[in-house]
Design a binder for this molecule. Structure first.
Ligand SMILES: [Zn+2]
Length: 114
């Protein structure tokens, strides 16, 4: 178990001491082998950063979820975090095809032919 407070330069460690990208990378890496549950993410982060207090880990997860950079649950359950995939144009269906057709100057014909 990690300690409840860790001091960095004489002050308690804060969320900002865990870079967003490092947390998200830990989630990505955990997802490669199993689920990114909170313990696996903590283990991966602690391998690089040293001990991370449990409450701080959850607070960091809550911030990332609030910012839309992470999905999952930071209540203290297993979490099952995931990094949302960036939107892909191909996944947006027919209206993107129409927009692209309009941009290409074939919009009205392309729409009528469907
Ligand atoms: Zn939960």
């Amino acid at each position: 178990m990690s300690e409840s407070i860790r001091y960095i330069n004489g002050r308690p460690m804060q969320c900002k001491d865990i870079p967003d990208l490092m947390f998200l990378e830990a989630v990505r890496e955990a997802t490669e082998t199993s689920t990114a549950n909170v313990w696996k993410v903590q283990e991966l982060l602690e391998n690089v950063m040293g001990p991370i207090p449990w409450n701080l880990l959850l607070a960091k997860a809550r911030r990332l979820i609030a910012a839309g950079k992470l999905t999952g649950c930071a209540c203290g359950c297993r979490g099952d975090f995931a990094v949302p995939a960036p939107p892909v144009i191909a996944g947006h269906g027919v209206w993107v095809d129409r927009l692209l057709a309009v941009a290409a100057g074939t919009g009205s014909r392309a729409a009528e032919s469907r």
